[in-house]
Design a binder for this molecule. Structure first.
Ligand code: SF4
Ligand code: SF4
Length: 170
């Protein structure tokens, strides 16, 4: 009984605040969306470069590190289609992420040498079947959008150059 009364008190307090103080604690979802913090990590998607080419080179590192094994990549193989950009040997024939398994941990983004996969701010993933929640390459690329050139190795190179015992001549 005390818990029920306590619950009603909270409801009454918020009702009073929203009626007379203009402060609401609810929102009209899905018309209104939650504004996520800048560091929020949502669903992982594949991205294209500034020329619209696939950045992923099908190295399968992300598939290897993914804790719940949510990623499945089919490499092109020797007879598969060539990469659609210079400086890339291959692109994946198929790339799937099972969003029902994904835990949004970010390991795939961390490990990707091509900065081809990013956790974006999307937290609202819905589907009417399990199959719908397996996102294929085209869907992942469409949702991911475009990201520019590779930046992560610039920092690594600067760090390596700063080590006097491990000089790098580039
Ligand atoms: S965010 Fe984590 S769980 Fe999701 S696909 Fe990437 S590595 Fe796997
Ligand atoms: S997304 Fe990155 S880590 Fe995963 S296969 Fe493509 S290039 Fe490799």
């Amino acid at each position: 009984m005390p818990a029920i009364v306590g619950g009603f008190k909270v409801t009454a307090r918020h009702l009073f605040r929203s009626l007379f103080g203009g402060k609401t604690v609810t929102m009209e979802y899905p018309e209104q969306k939650w504004a996520v913090p800048p560091e929020y990590r949502g669903a992982p998607y594949l991205v294209r470069d500034q020329d619209g080419n696939t950045k992923c080179v099908s190295c399968q590192l992300c598939e290897f590190v993914c804790p719940p094994k949510a990623i499945k990549i089919i490499p092109p193989g020797p007879a598969g289609p060539p990469a659609d950009r210079p400086n890339a040997e291959k692109i994946p024939l198929e790339f799937e992420i099972n969003m029902l398994r994904c835990i949004f941990c970010g390991f795939c983004q961390e490990v990707c040498p091509e900065e081809a996969i990013f956790l974006l701010k999307d937290y609202s993933l819905t589907g009417l079947s399990r199959d719908e929640m397996i996102y294929n390459k085209e869907k992942l690329l469409a949702l991911g959008g475009e990201h520019g050139g590779i930046q992560k190795w610039k920092h690594k190179l600067a760090e390596a150059k700063a080590q006097k015992d491990f000089p790098v001549n580039v």
